[in-house]
Design a protein around this ligand. Sequence first.
Ligand SMILES: [Zn+2]
Length: 186
Amino acid sequence: MLIRLFVTIASIVMLASMPSCQSKKGTNLQSAEAGTSEAATIGDMYFINMYGDTIRKIMKSDEEWKKELSDLEYHVLREKGTERPHVGKYTNEDRKGIYVCKGCGMPLFSSKDKFHSTCGWPSFSDIMDMSTIVKQVDYVIGYPRIELTCAKCGSHLGHVFDDGPQPTGLRYCINSISLDFIEEKN
Ligand SMILES: [Zn+2]
């Protein structure tokens, strides 16, 4: 029993230390099957990103999230709310950098994929690493939409639509409040 436990732990450690050797990106909306990301998973606790790194998911209680987030952040990230259009701080952000999850700091979007949309929310045509975002269908407003959540912490990010610019044709419509921006310094 102890030996089996040791082998299991050793396997996880080995997976976590695997070098970056893979690159895979998928971009079309048809791949957005309900409740899935393009990540390989290890049980409910881990997933593997496109570099082969094993990422441990963050599990927190509602009370813990409430202590860390403002009321509006909690409403959007943990209750799948939506911030009002045209008021988010990153809607018109044009600086070079990356956008990370507000809940856990996971890198999600690059400024190179950001474009100006008339929708009123930050819009991206692609995801940096498809394994970092989980897609699932929601019917909150009466018709199906593809909801996006962070694969690491489960925070709600926004939705993806198929009216974006080429080459992906996708528009990842994201709440500013679900993101933090890290400017790229030259
Ligand atoms: Zn997150």
